[in-house]
Design a protein around this ligand. Structure first.
Ligand code: NDP
Length: 326
């Protein structure tokens, strides 16, 4: 059975007297700095830009240039994964470098001569703060890449607990497992779900259903979101009782209709690119070239027309709808 760590498995006192660097003050960085400080750790912030340094200072942190993080005992790098290898940080041999994602360790993009641990929240950066304040915490993936001092796990668990990442349980995972899963959700699952949704929209339009109604079903009504919430809280079998008998019969009797589709082959191909490091090499080359393909893809798939359509639809339908004057 996979090990799951809880708050009782972590002892904050192992970080007593240790200086904690939060590098980056973006989505995750700000939440990490605030949560770790509220849990009693001695946090300082290290950033490149004046604006984020000003914000950190305004929120009561001592803030410095990134290089200065090298002197700290615990260094949490909350920086985009493709940038982490470029950081001008030289940790002390007894330091603990904490990653919020397994990516750079999984694909050997960094190899510091110190402890390396991972506390990867299964939660958006901003929500890491909100969930901490609400007291509910969030699930994390937690693991060790390198244990030079013999204290890597104890210190990583303490960071995870101080962050709020042990309240719901932290899954023991290697950075490689975390990175493969994370990238697979983005590159294997999300595009497949997108294709399914696009086919469904096209089919419903063909059947003469208004686009607004289809979008309401898929997104705007929030029904699917709430169904997923019930799925999270009660499980697939448990939530089924909230669906009408007609719905239950329809869902269950048609559940195997797509079994003949060869989805696994396409999925395996993308997964192989992740596992072999081909994607990480491609992403490095993309960064070195100044992100030309990312810009092209954004222009194609997130075009001004798409943005305008989505904004207009939300003004007319859903939580933020405004009825036009008659
Ligand atoms: P952000 O995009 O919010 O960026 C974080 C910070 O990185 C910014 O504040 C920026 O600082 C700094 N930064 C960007 N480029 C550079 C650079 N060239 N040199 C120095 N600093 C730079 O990142 P996230 O918070 O989203 O991600 C941070 C880590 O958390 C990643 O490892 C990611 O995988 C992980 N993670 C993210 C999740 C999320 O929901 N976003 C979920 C789980 C894990 P400045 O303002 O000073 O420019």
């Amino acid at each position: 059975m996979t090990t799951i760590y809880y708050e009782r498995d972590a002892d904050l006192s192992v970080l007593e007297g240790q200086s904690v660097a939060v590098v980056g003050y973006g989505n995750q960085g700000r939440s990490w700095a605030l949560n770790l400080r509220d849990s009693g750790l001695a946090v300082e912030v290290f950033t490149q830009a004046d604006a984020s340094r000003d914000q950190a200072q305004a929120e009561g942190f001592a803030a410095h240039e990134i290089e200065a993080a090298s002197d700290c005992d615990v260094i949490c790098t909350l920086i985009p994964d493709d940038v982490i290898p470029e950081l001008p940080i030289a940790p002390k041999p007894d330091a603990l470098w904490v990653l919020a994602s397994g990516y750079v360790a999984a694909f050997d993009r960094i190899a510091p001569d110190c402890d390396v641990g991972m506390v990867a929240p299964r939660m958006l950066g901003r929500e890491v703060r909100e969930c901490f304040l609400e007291g509910v915490g969030f699930i994390t993936a937690l693991g060790i890449d390198k244990d030079r001092t013999g204290t890597a796990l104890a210190r990583t668990l303490a960071v995870g607990r101080a962050l709020g990442g042990l309240r719901q349980g932290a899954i023991d995972m290697t950075p490689r497992q975390e990175a493969v899963l994370d990238l697979a959700v983005e590159q294997v699952l999300a595009p497949a779900m997108g294709r399914v949704s696009a086919s469904f929209v096209a089919l419903m339009l063909e059947a003469g259903i208004p686009l607004e109604a289809v979008m309401a079903e898929l997104v705007l009504s929030g029904e699917i979101e709430r169904s997923y919430r019930l799925l999270r809280l009660e499980g697939y079998a448990g939530q089924m009782r909230y669906h009408s008998p007609t719905s239950q019969y329809g869902q269950l009797s048609r559940a195997n209709r797509y079994d003949g589709l060869d989805v696994p082959t396409a999925m395996r191909e993308v997964l192989t690119e992740i596992e072999s490091g081909k994607f990480a090499d491609e992403w490095d080359a993309e960064r070195a070239a100044g992100y030309p393909n990312l810009e092209r893809l954004r222009a194609e798939k997130l075009s001004p027309e798409v943005v305008a359509f989505e904004r207009d639809l939300r003004v007319r339908l859903g939580e933020r709808a405004e009825a036009p004057a008659r």
